[in-house]
Ligand binder design. Structure first.
Ligand SMILES: Nc1ncnc2c1ncn2[C@@H]1O[C@H](COP(=O)(O)OP(=O)(O)OP(=O)(O)O)[C@@H](O)[C@H]1O
Ligand SMILES: [Mg+2]
Length: 370
């Protein structure tokens, strides 16, 4: 096994009755790495985490922790700390006793008291040990759950949507706190979420799942900039899909008699001239010009609608002779709207920079979310 790999799943499959919750899932995590599993509801995120923890045993495939095949070991043999979506604290124990729960019999009373105090400090709850869960806010309860998971110094920290029950402000605050804590302790961590922003901001690497399969793994930057499939492209961020295209020559595609130039066809080299394809572009990559212009990927069009979103405007743009080309969504900074006095129904030149156009094999079978 590669050096430095702490956790590895090899072709893990798990079925519940008729449901394939995991279909030959393989991935690995380096020592100290923070992975995020991202995907829609029911795609198998929790199942993946439970298999890593040993709470669920896979039907086939293997799980390795620290170069040991733990496939047949139960949860107590894997030294994992787990935090679930619902805080699941013991309501009849105060915060300190909740945190100390797993430490009983593992150390002297004095050592346990000291350890609990250190952990409470670490998660920002100093002095609150005597409070019961019902006396704590959601965010505070989640910190207790985190401290409890850390108490046994786990080798692997597994977080299943730990922030989803919290309001937006607390969630954002806890994001950076959890990340800092994780880096401070150097503990290899997997966090499940279906919040793309959470995954993008916290993770070293993101694993995107759909329908039991791992569809892409990569850094947040890679996942956002080079989504491997239309599903990933639309699940993370917004994406314009431009209708059916046909490849005419390398770097040039036709939609409804118009030519679209694509600078970067990496990953789609399998497409041959004449093949069908799907072109896509993110709303923030679409540009407009209030004057008439001609050139590559410049199209005359009109602003159909404008929606104010504070720091930006979301525009729906219609190509003048676009045929079946769908409306193109553009996100433009409010400052730019002001500077060019852009208004609804205005004729504009729509620019789709060739280096920002993505191209996919046309895959009618794939479900696109979002
Ligand atoms: N114990 C179980 N018995 C039967 N089916 C199960 C069981 N656990 C999970 N499943 C099914 O397996 C699939 C994957 O479930 P899982 O809980 O892993 O999804 P998830 O990605 O965590 O979803 P969510 O975002 O809603 O939490 C779902 O179709 C689910 O109904
Ligand atoms: Mg789940």
């Amino acid at each position: 096994m590669e050096n430095n790999i702490f956790l590895q799943l090899k072709e893990v499959s798990k079925r519940f009755g008729q449901v394939d919750a995991l279909k030959s899932v393989s991935f690995s995590a380096r020592q100290g790495e923070f992975l995020s599993i991202l995907g829609p509801s029911g795609c198998g995120k929790t199942t993946a985490l439970r298999v890593v923890a040993g709470l669920e045993i896979q039907d086939s495939g293997n799980v390795f922790i620290n170069n040991t095949d733990v496939s047949s070991l139960g949860v107590s043999k894997r030294n994992v700390g787990i935090v679930f979506q619902s805080y699941a604290l013991f309501p009849n124990l105060n915060a300190a006793k909740n945190i100390a729960y797993g430490l009983k019999g593992q150390a002297s009373r004095q050592e346990i008291t000291q350890k609990v105090e250190d952990l409470m400090d670490l998660v920002g709850l100093a002095g609150m040990g005597q409070k019961y869960p019902a006396q704590l806010s959601g965010g505070q309860q989640q910190r207790v759950a985190l401290a409890r998971a850390m108490a046994l110094s786990p080798d692997l920290l597994l977080l299943d949507e730990p922030l989803s029950a919290l309001d937006a402000k607390v969630r954002i605050k806890l994001r950076s706190e959890i990340r800092r804590l994780q880096q401070h302790l150097g503990v290899t961590t997997i966090m499940v979420t279906h919040d793309q922003e959470e995954a993008l901001t916290m993770a070293d690497r993101i694993l995107v799942m759909n329908e039991g399969k791992l569809v892409q793994k990569g850094s947040p930057h890679q996942i956002y900039e080079q989504p491997a499939t239309p599903f990933v492209a639309s699940f993370i961020g917004s994406m314009n899909f431009m209708g059916k295209a046909r490849k005419m020559e390398p770097g040039m595609y036709d939609i409804c008699g118009r030519s679209f130039y694509v600078a970067n066809e990496n990953g789609t080299a399998r497409l041959l001239n004449g093949d069908q394809a799907t072109l896509a572009i993110r709303p923030e990559d679409v540009m407009i010009d209030s004057s008439e212009k001609q050139g590559q990927n410049l199209f005359p069009g009109r602003i159909e609608t404008m929606e104010y979103r504070g720091s930006l405007f979301r525009l729906n743009l219609r190509l003048s002779t676009g045929g079946k080309i769908p409306v193109i969504t553009a996100d433009l900074p409010t400052e730019q709207i002001r500077r060019f006095s852009l208004q609804q129904d205005m004729p504009v030149t729509i620019s789709l920079p060739p280096e920002r156009l993505l191209v996919y094999e046309a895959s009618p079978g794939e479900r696109i979310h979002g």
